[in-house]
Design a binder for this molecule. Structure first.
Ligand code: ADP
Ligand code: MG
Length: 218
């Protein structure tokens, strides 16, 4: 069995890519899956996180921030159930390489019109296709404020514009940064906390998508 690949992409910096990628990868590892996290961002946020005390719970991380990164992903695919790729917010060539190898693309977006505009550029890149082929993608609202009008507004706007959005949001919570201090995610530091629950719900939605894909390709 070859690993399924999830690429986290957005041409907008600070949208929450590295947080989303590391939280999901750690979550599935804690569930007993064989997970590899590929850091394709030359700024190496994820690699640096893994160098801190808790080392993302022992999650294997490799850094490959170049256009040929997809080759490394293919080479590793036999040894894992799932490979999560974190991409830079600016380099569209590395991002395109990440999209080319993905079974599923997750696009984090903050609930602000400025962020949504940049997100639609990312989807434009996706739709332009990598050699005529565009992977399945879903948008994820991140850093939302509970019950805020803007998150609801942006959700409605995205849905109206035909951008598929996961139901679960990653709310704005300080526990992500607190966990990162120790090279961890909330799943490791506060497994019963609200952030860990958000991650679990989100992971469940993603698992359902991967399962559908598997059935299709079987
Ligand atoms: N759900 C969240 N709640 C609170 N802070 C968040 C959340 N997601 C991301 N952040 C913070 O926002 C900043 C940017 O997130 P990051 O994942 O590094 O974005 P990117 O990789 O897209 O540049 C970081 O300081 C991170 O801790
Ligand atoms: Mg990042």
């Amino acid at each position: 069995m070859s690993a399924q690949v999830i690429t986290v992409a957005s041409l907008k910096g600070g949208s929450g890519k590295s947080t989303l990628a590391s939280c999901l990868a750690v979550y599935w590892r804690m569930r007993g899956w064989r997970v590899l996290l590929v850091d394709a961002d030359p700024q190496h946020s994820v690699l640096r996180l893994a160098a801190r005390e808790q080392a993302l719970g022992g999650l294997p991380v490799i850094a490959r921030a170049d256009r040929d990164m997809w080759k490394a992903v293919k080479e590793q695919a036999g040894d894992y159930d799932l490979i999560v790729v974190d991409t830079p917010g600016f380099d569209s060539e590395i991002t395109a390489a990440g999209l080319a190898v993905a079974d599923l693309v997750l696009i984090p977006v903050k609930p602000s019109p400025l962020d949504v505009d940049r997100m639609t550029d990312t989807v434009g890149l996706l739709m332009a296709g990598v050699q005529g082929w565009a992977p399945t993608f879903r948008c994820v609202l991140t850093q939302t404020t509970r019950g805020s009008v803007i998150a609801r507004h942006i959700r409605a706007e995205l849905e109206e514009a035909g951008f598929p959005l996961l139901r679960q949001e990653l709310q704005n919570r300080v526990s992500y940064a607190e966990a990162a201090l120790y090279g961890a995610t909330p799943t490791l530091t506060q497994p019963d906390g609200a952030a860990a629950q958000d991650v679990q719900e989100l992971a469940g939605e993603v698992e359902a998508l991967l399962a559908t894909r598997k059935v299709r390709s079987a």
